[in-house]
Design a protein around this ligand. Structure first.
Ligand code: MRU
Length: 337
């Protein structure tokens, strides 16, 4: 199953010594690619959501570290690592990928081919994530009934990873294995990753879906129109609390009230045992304008006070299972299924 052939885009690729990324800010109205030539440009691309989604920003940072003009300059390399890591504090895949590149850099035996060797390590990070997505899709497929009406939030698809996606990877795998799937797509305020990105991906793959606003899920659940909820994650704490796009926690509470299974799909690079529980996960706060304006137009009074956390924490007791490349983890129980 080549989902990329059906999707017809690649969110990131390396070409002729440069990093090319799809500009996700412009979707779905414009499909344009940007060439990143410096670490600074990659930092800007991650901060401005040109690339987004926890695994994809990790992959972007890994490639970015190969763009330094003098790769043997240790100080410039360490500074670049710090700059990249500071861009988006919740998505742990970012620091995971940077730390892995830094460890490789420090131990690289062949300093002469350092640039090529580093690039090979970035490619491995990219390919391993694609493989994790594929396996997540296969494991997740086991919990999908036929037919199944699945609600997803934000974008945890091919646009957010190096492969077919995590939450959307499960939906694609189930759909292309012949199950009758209907997706409900939360629009995902404030920056509409659901409406702009997930709806775009699913239409390209021809997966049946309907777009809803974020305040509609309760009504759909009360009418028994949702069989399962599946989301991605930006960081999973040691006790299996998860951080994901703001609004995820509310969906988990609703799913629990309505007795609907709530799954999280994420690679093991999203796990952070240094955070014992959700309260220790740093939450990224973003610009007020994401809430007060849309597409460059004000939608709130000038100087309107705003609170804009990009992520929330869903406690483990609300999660039916966490689907990883190694199997399905049941919060509250030991080990993998
Ligand atoms: O702010 P974003 O668009 O980077 O947020 C993305 C999410 O919340 C995703 O659900 C998460 O990163 C997992 S992507 C496989």
């Amino acid at each position: 199953m080549d989902i990329f052939a059906k999707l017809g885009f690649r969110p990131i690729f390396w070409s002729d010594g440069h990093l090319i990324v799809l500009d996700q800010r412009k979707l779905p109205t414009e499909e344009s690619y940007i060439r990143l030539e410096t670490v600074e440009q990659a930092v800007m691309a991650i901060s401005d959501l040109i690339v987004r989604g926890a695994p994809l920003i990790g992959i972007t940072a890994a490639y970015a570290l190969t763009l330094l003009p003098n790769i043997s300059d240790n100080l410039a390399f360490e500074n670049s690592c710090a700059m990249l890591k500071s861009t988006r504090p919740t998505a742990v895949n970012l620091s995971w990928a940077v730390d892995r590149m830094a460890a490789f850099y420090r131990q690289a035996v062949n300093r002469e081919n350092l640039a090529d060797d580093l690039l090979a390590e970035a490619v491995r990070i990219h390919q391993e994530d694609a493989e994790s997505c594929r396996k997540i899709g296969d494991h997740g497929n086991q919990v999908i009934s036929d037919p199944c009406r699945i609600l997803t939030h934000c974008n945890a698809g091919a646009l957010a990873t190096g492969g077919i996606g995590t939450a959307l990877g499960v939906i694609y795998t189930a759909f292309f294995s012949g199950r009758k799937i209907e997706a409900w797509v939360d629009e995902t305020r404030p920056v509409l990753q659901g409406a702009r990105l997930t709806a775009w991906e699913l239409s390209r793959a021809k997966v049946p879906f309907k777009l809803i606003t974020d305040n509609m899920a309760a009504e759909l659940m009360s009418r028994k129109l949702i069989d399962l909820v599946i989301v991605g994650a930006d960081r999973i704490a040691g006790n299996l609390d998860i951080a994901n796009k703001i609004g995820t926690y509310g969906l988990a509470v609703l799913a629990s009230y309505h007795d609907i299974p709530f799954y999280c799909a994420a690679p093991t690079s999203t796990f952070d045992t240094a955070c014992p529980d959700g309260r220790s996960i740093p939450i990224e706060f973003r610009a007020e304008a994401e809430i007060t304006a849309m597409f460059g137009k004000n939608i709130a009074p000038e100087n309107c006070p705003v609170r804009n956390p990009a992520f929330d924490i869903t406690p483990n007791e609300l999660i039916t299972g966490i689907i990883t490349e190694n199997g399905i983890l049941k919060p509250g129980r030991q080990g993998l299924r």
